[in-house]
Write a protein that binds this ligand. Structure first.
Ligand SMILES: [Ca+2]
Length: 152
């Protein structure tokens, strides 16, 4: 699976794949021992909150499309005993937005179509809308269906 880096300032990044973000990974300047996760804004269900190699991995399900989703970590404790009250991150959920401009349009359809037949890699994963590992006519159709959406 390929990852969308989340911006900590300015306009949040968007997730173009169906079902929205499945996992959000929080990395801190020191390893984390424990944390709990909550949805601060938007619609999604926290399916898991795990510590993996000192990072906090938050698993999501039932993520609504066309929304800004903000996740919050609470009761953070670092391995060295340090405490942090909370941390949060926001991601835009707009399936079909291959270009990442928060609008679905014929531009996105073209971006996906031009790579139809390619395997998904770090460069082009935003165009694999159904995240099945290949950019295909299925993805072109999905983007076309969603054209005309805008995340404000
Ligand atoms: Ca695909």
């Amino acid at each position: 699976m390929f990852d969308v880096p989340l911006a900590l300032a300015g306009t949040p990044s968007t997730e173009p794949r169906l079902g929205g973000p499945q996992w959000v990974v929080f990395t801190f300047d020191k390893p984390i021992l424990r944390a709990s996760a909550a949805v601060l804004a938007g619609t999604a269900t926290i399916a898991a909150a795990e510590i993996v190699d000192g990072e906090v991995h938050v698993g999501l399900s039932q993520v609504a499309d066309l929304q800004w989703l903000t996740l919050s970590l609470l009761d953070l404790q670092a391995e060295d005993g340090g405490l942090l009250a909370s941390a949060s991150a926001t991601v835009g959920c707009i399936s079909g937005d291959a270009s990442g401009d928060r609008i679905t349009s014929t531009l996105d359809v073209g971006l996906v179509r031009v790579l139809a037949g390619s395997y998904t890699d770090e460069e082009c994963f935003r165009r694999d809308i159904n995240a099945d590992g290949i950019i295909s006519t299925l993805d072109v159709g999905l983007v076309r269906l969603r054209a005309g959406q805008c995340l404000r």
